[in-house]
Design a protein. Sequence first.
Length: 266
Amino acid sequence: MGWYKELNETYVIYRERDPAIRTYWDVLLYPCYHALRAYRKAHRLWNAGHHWSARLISQRAARKTGIEIHPGATIGKGLFIDHGTGVVIGETTIIGDNCTLYQGVTLGGTGKEQGKRHPTLEDGVMVSAGAKVLGSITIGANSKVGAGSVVLKSVPPNCTVVGVPGRVVRMKNQVVPRDNIDQIHLPDPILQDMKVLERVNTELINRMLAVEEEIRRLGTEKRGTVPGDERFCESDYLREKKTIKIQPEAERDYEEIDDCVFADYI
């Protein structure tokens, strides 16, 4: 492939995922462009057995661009590393086609194990700023890793991972478009679980108050009268909850979580 043709194809990839780019020549200002060119040269040397020369090229590129890509990594077509400072890609990492990484991403190992010890990113994966994907795990195609997440176990395709440790949220198994690079509007499973628990707690309190009222009514019928301030539960908290509306069973206002199904911590 000629250099100018490569430049044009790279421009198309970058324009698809970064609105800041304006001309073909802007590609030359992106650190990831130079880091990937150095990687391809170093990767050829690595495969030919010239490991020291390959590492020398990769380390020089890392000092110039802030992106450290081990020459032993396997990278597919269309990788875009936005900004790139602090990105680390380990030796046995495998990255599929059309993936996107942001600054501060680490695709690393978890210890001194031998063999495959770094992650595999399938096609169309997006890893947001500051996220860490560690160990010999697989991030399924078209999945997103939220900013600052730490992923330690494999993720199915078409999912979003958020939190520390990462928690998988399956989004109805819908394929995420490649041009969707939204890093903000991600689900918060912990907050949503807390809302569900809060509403369940309110429902239980309402039922307790209903039982208390029924006991008072039965006591009134049996003994004639019950002092107005007599309470069968002496909790001040429940006294404050006395004004909560008792919701019929069919009208429970639980948090809707139909958009996603929460798995355990991965």
